[in-house]
Design a protein around this ligand. Structure first.
Ligand code: MN
Length: 712
């Protein structure tokens, strides 16, 4: 365990401006606050914040970060308050500690797998100063190093799993590969210790094949090559980490023996020109595996990683991976964002190497001191955009939250209008899935595909939205025409009148038009009713039948005139047909349509109380039937739930609904007491039977006290 004066000396050695008194004060304050608390290992609790501070001082982080590390558990685990921290250490430290405390609180919830991505976003959103995240990751590293002292296996597995799914990817996202590698390895050790051992043995065997150290041999040979070419380089090599080997065998579904490049070599040079010279030398000497070449120097990764990657058939005829970069690029590769928070006597030019920092640089130049610099360098600055690639490697910048549909429209409006599917990083994915930095996006198109009104909910770019709206306006008219024609046919049939499109010519004058389609559209849109059309053609018309109205629709369907029902087959919801949000009708429900002026037909369940509003206007009623042929559409059903007010209850609801293959689209708490929470929840289901299955499985759970379908 590092001692007080050692820590202070270490920080001072790289940060001459470090506030020595504050560092000492933080050390003593944290030690006293944690008092006699013990870690699971039996060590004094204070050893933990001290180790975390040690990890961060190894990375040469500024002294405020080190103080935050020392204090990071005081607010959560001791009687210390944020006010105390504020008074003793000022507002910058108090805000950092507050941020870390918030992240610690999040840790106490267990995270379903599918929420990992949301959870990572949440963590990023809370870490509005990147140092908060850096401290939290160092905290996780130390907790993972000491994981074995936890006695509960279940707890160890859960922590390891979350590390793998949430914290390691976060470390990667901000480019701290040193943390990512260690977190991956420690988590893998806990979750899959035997496989890790096996891989380690196998790697060691391959490395020592024939009693020689292959890695050392290759380094020696590469050194010769560069010496002959008068290029000064630093070469290091290693076999890959067990977790990366393991996930590769899984991802590509290949056997261990088939893994081509289990050895990776890194060549460090002084400047960018030498990177390309070194690459030239390598490709000149050994055959390159061309599809594996990547130039992250000319196109840096969004987290600012820069390097040349190539694979060659190297010495010993072995396939090896080589990364070439400058010392500066290497520092960014290892420390990522943290590299910029390291104290160093940077020349201005050096900072200029990082293009994403130029914006910050302007602030820095105007700002009076380091504090103000940090004040402005909030994480969101790098978060309002995502950068994705086409299969050809073209970089497409999109706003945060953009989906494959946005991506498709960004390429071309034709691609957008006809997109049917997407592969993200080689895997099929839903079109509404938000994209992430670095995703490679491959859009599949089909001539028969057209935009759906629901797409508007999944796009964030103006270009996509405008194109979808334009298409829908055109298509909506077609839908009104189709619906209007169908309504007219049914009404004529119901009144025992002959219908043909031609007969509508007799109504041209009355509706000031000379096109049959216009009359169809007017009826479909609800501007006029079918009875107005009938009366325009037969001025003396008087219905001999009871108009479809409240009384008649309550009759069982089979006693009603079946043929008069309008099928809503083929009509796209959201265009000419809308489902009422008061009663959320589902296929299988008995339904009725009400013509709404200007928007088409709204479908209600026949028992919906809102129907009374139209009781006086029988002409607006339309008998409609479901079309239940494939492919089935998803509809929204609404439930009213009462659950026990316990943190795990919401998770139970989510799990049950997911297990039934339904999808939650909205959730709203309507009442909350100490004992119960009541809320409405909208879920996507195929039909009423599907919803009933969900209801039944919710009712089976003891934490769920009441489930009701909401019909209005
Ligand atoms: Mn901690």
């Amino acid at each position: 365990m590092i001692r007080q004066f050692e820590l202070v000396e270490k920080v001072k050695s790289y940060d001459p401006n470090a506030d020595e008194k504050a560092l000492n004060r933080a050390y003593v304050f944290s030690m006293k606050a944690h008092g006699t608390q013990k870690r699971a290992s039996g060590d004094p609790y204070f050893s933990h914040p001290l180790e975390v501070a040690g990890i961060l001082s190894d990375m040469r982080l500024d002294y405020s970060t080190i103080i935050t590390a020392l204090l990071h558990d005081t607010v959560e685990d001791t009687s210390v308050t944020l006010d105390d921290i504020q008074k003793l250490f000022g507002s910058e430290i108090a805000e950092l500690v507050n941020g870390v405390t918030k992240l610690t609180k999040l840790e106490h919830q267990s995270i379903p797998t599918r929420q990992a991505e949301n959870f990572r976003k949440l963590i990023l959103a809370i870490s509005n100063d990147v140092r908060i995240l850096i401290v939290k990751l160092a905290d996780r590293v130390h907790n993972m190093r000491t994981l074995s002292s936890l006695s509960s296996e279940e707890k160890r597995k859960r922590i390891a799993y979350e590390t793998l799914k949430i914290y390691a990817p976060l470390a990667e996202r901000i480019g701290i590969h040193q943390f990512k590698d260690e977190l991956d390895d420690l988590a893998f050790k806990e979750l899959n210790g035997e496989e890790r051992e096996f891989i380690l043995k196998r790697l060691a065997y391959l490395e020592q094949e024939g009693g020689r150290n292959i890695v050392q041999n290759i380094i020696a040979e590469l050194n010769d090559v560069f010496r002959n070419n008068n290029l000064k380089v630093d070469i290091s090599g290693r076999v890959k980490k067990p977790y990366s080997v393991w996930s590769k065998t899984r991802r590509k579904n290949i056997a261990f023996e088939q893994l081509a490049d289990i050895m990776a070599f890194r060549i460090l040079v002084d400047n960018k020109t030498e990177c390309y010279r070194a690459l030239g030398t390598i490709h000149d000497t050994y055959p390159a595996v061309s599809e594996r070449f990547k130039d992250f120097i000319s196109t840096p990764k969004p987290n600012n990683y820069q390097s040349l990657h190539t694979s060659i058939i190297g010495p010993n005829k072995q396939r090896i991976e080589i990364q070439i970069r400058t010392y500066d690029m290497h520092r960014v590769a290892e420390y990522g964002v943290a590299a910029h928070w390291q104290y160093k006597e940077d020349s201005k030019d050096e900072r200029m190497n990082y293009p994403w920092l130029t914006g910050l640089l302007e602030i820095l130049e105007q700002a009076s001191g380091v504090e103000e610099f940090f004040e402005h360098t909030k994480l969101e600055m790098f978060q309002d955009q995502v950068f994705c690639f086409t299969p050809a490697g073209k970089l497409i910048p999109l706003p945060r939250g953009a989906t494959p549909i946005d991506f498709a429209y960004a390429i071309h409006s034709d691609v957008g209008n006809h997109c049917v599917g997407v592969k993200i990083n080689g895997h099929m994915a839903p079109l509404k899935l938000p994209l992430h930095n670095g995703d490679q996006v491959e859009i599949t198109t089909s001539k028969s595909q057209t935009p759906s009104p629901s797409w508007e909910r999944f796009v964030v770019t103006g270009k996509a939205r405008a194109a979808i709206r334009k298409f829908i306006r055109t298509q909506q008219r077609d839908q009104f025409i189709e619906l209007g024609r169908s309504i007219l046919r049914k009404s004529f049939l119901y009144e025992e009148l002959d219908y043909s499109d031609g007969i509508l010519e007799h109504a041209f004058e009355r509706f000031k038009t000379d096109a049959i389609e216009d009359i169809h559209a007017l009826v479909g849109e609800g501007q006029i009713t079918s009875y107005q059309v009938i009366r325009a053609i037969y001025p003396n018309f008087r219905s001999k039948k009871t108009p479809l109205a409240l009384e008649t629709i309550h009759l069982p369907a089979k006693t009603r005139d079946k043929d008069s029902a309008v099928s809503i087959r083929g009509l796209i919801p959201g265009m000419a047909v809308h489902y009422a949000s008061c009663c959320h009708p589902l296929p299988g429900d008995q339904i009725v349509g009400v013509v709404m002026t200007g928007t088409g037909v709204k479908i209600h369940i026949i028992t919906c109380a809102h129907l009374k509003d139209y009781a006086e206007e029988p002409e607006r009623w339309i008998d409609v039937t479901w079309d239940q042929s494939e492919p089935q559409q998803l509809h929204i059903g609404r439930l009213l739930l009462t659950i026990v007010n316990k943190s795990e209850a919401v998770g139970v609801v989510t799990n049950v609904i997911t297990r039934q293959n339904a999808n939650i689209v909205n959730l709203k708490i309507t009442h909350k007491s100490e004992l119960f929470i009541e809320f409405t929840i909208d879920i996507e289901v195929y039909n009423i039977e599907h919803l009933e299955n969900v209801i039944a499985s919710l009712r089976a759970n003891p934490l769920i006290k009441g489930v009701e379908r909401v019909r209005n």
